[in-house]
Design a protein around this ligand. Structure first.
Ligand SMILES: [Zn+2]
Length: 447
């Protein structure tokens, strides 16, 4: 394994970097030519403060006195950003499994897991476990939905705020108040919006189809306006072609000339609408400036599940249509080892691979790499966008694989995670052992 210097400036040569992770003006200025995979071959100079000092095309750099580290054409990515997670529910599968694998089964199991409120110790330990996984895999920003129904906000929000402080400098964290949009309609809506503002968070209504949806969307915008909050809707997480939450949200945002940040997660039903209608919706979403986050791993688990048949429709947002219409499209983890999705390790490389497989983003791997990095990082808005450019922090993931096929075929291969120019220790760059959680109620494996 290559070794990254602990101090002083250094140079990384023979790095294969996806197009979507290099700032476009840098690529234009250097006249970079992509490989077949959609990557550039680059040399990065990193200064003693851990920032990128200069970027050169392979073969085009002046000599240097700095320590030189050779990547051997290995993939080098920017550290990534996860726009849609639920770290509060992470790792609860063992005690709250989904008995029938459906969306309703997941909701029932999650509710039962909260009949006795989580202890602060339980919430903290599982959230921190999720952060350790994410850090080891190369994530640097996370927005997480936190269950925020009446009586359920604490101890989660307080535990989250402590973790946000103690993890600053490793992962930037943003909370999002998650609850059914109907629950915002009465006085509790004001209460939860005020709490969200107090913690510097995002309002996260879960919008279900129905005659009340339009009024719920208006209410969410009213609250966001009054409390100056970004909004992040769970939208059309179903396979009903008539489900039109995304359209309602786009029209409301356009009507209000909304300037604040809006993200819509899931958007599955759009994939089942007639082509001309889907195109019209995508155009309006672009006009409204709404970012869409596709969450394929959870959706292929939950949607299209019938006990007696093999699923055909799996619920991926139409990522190509949306992107072609000019919509900012991100890929996110969503649920991880809970009743909504029993798998996952907070690994955006896995998310990218699965989206590439399911959504055929593999015809343009390199350009799509911004969907797990620059696009979600910009929508989260906590850090300067993570595209490679001089002056940006050297926040890197160095793989062993030299092509997308090699990287995606061996996800378990060790990665070097560089935070502000320095490599994480081997312990920090290794995901935590599941046995770390065995002391928590209901999480040890059955005897
Ligand atoms: Zn979600």
């Amino acid at each position: 394994m290559m070794s990254i210097p602990d101090s002083g400036p250094w140079r990384l040569t023979d790095a294969t970097v996806p197009i979507g992770m290099v700032a476009p003006p840098v690529a234009a200025k250097l006249g970079l030519k992509p490989t077949q995979d959609g990557c550039y071959r680059l040399i990065l100079d990193i200064d003693g403060d851990g920032d990128i000092e200069a970027i050169w095309p392979t073969g085009g750099a002046p000599e240097t006195q700095s320590t030189t580290v050779r990547a051997g054409n290995a993939h080098v990515w920017t550290r990534m950003a996860d726009l849609h997670t639920h770290i509060d529910k992470s790792q609860t599968w063992a005690r709250a499994p989904n008995r029938d694998g459906t969306f309703n089964g997941a909701k029932e199991a999650a509710k039962a897991d909260r009949t006795a409120p989580w202890s602060r110790e339980d919430a903290t330990a599982r959230m921190e476990f999720a952060l350790k996984c994410a850090l080891a895999h190369g994530t640097r920003s996370i927005r997480t939905h936190l269950d925020s129904q009446k009586g359920r906000t604490q101890p989660t929000w307080e535990a989250f705020a402590d973790l946000r402080d103690s993890w600053a400098g490793r992962i930037a964290l943003q909370p999002c108040a998650s609850l059914g949009a109907a629950k915002l309609m009465d006085g509790y809506g004001e209460e939860v919006a005020a709490l969200t503002a107090q913690y510097g968070g995002v309002l996260g209504p879960v919008l279900y189809p129905g005659p009340e949806a339009a009024a719920q969307v208006r209410r969410a915008f009213d609250l966001a306006e009054r409390h100056d909050l970004p909004i992040d809707f769970h939208t059309d997480e179903n396979l009903d072609p008539d489900s039109s939450g995304l359209s309602l949200i786009a029209e409301e945002a356009i009507r209000r000339r909304w300037q604040g940040s809006i993200v819509c997660g899931h958007c599955c039903s759009l994939s089942l609408k007639p082509a001309d209608e889907a195109q019209r919706v995508a155009d309006r979403v672009a006009e409204a400036g709404i970012g869409v986050v596709a969450l394929p791993m959870t959706n292929i688990y939950l949607l299209g599940r019938e006990a007696t048949s093999t699923p055909v429709y799996r619920g991926l947002a139409p990522i190509h249509l949306l992107r072609a219409a000019g919509v900012a499209v991100a890929f996110g983890s969503d649920n991880c080892r809970d009743a909504f999705h029993p798998y996952g390790d907070h690994d955006l490389v896995e998310v990218f691979r699965e989206t590439a497989r399911i959504g055929h983003a593999d015809m343009s791997w390199g350009p799509w790499a911004d969907a797990v990095a620059a696009v979600p990082d910009r929508l989260i808005g906590l850090q300067e966008t993570n595209s490679l450019k001089p002056g940006a922090a050297a926040d890197l993931v160095i793989f062993r694989g030299r092509s997308f096929s090699e990287v995606f075929s061996r996800l378990g291969a060790p990665r070097i995670i560089v935070v502000k120019g320095r490599a994480l220790s081997e312990a920090e760059a290794t995901p935590p052992a599941f046995s770390e959680l065995d002391g928590l109620s209901g999480l040890a494996p059955a005897e």
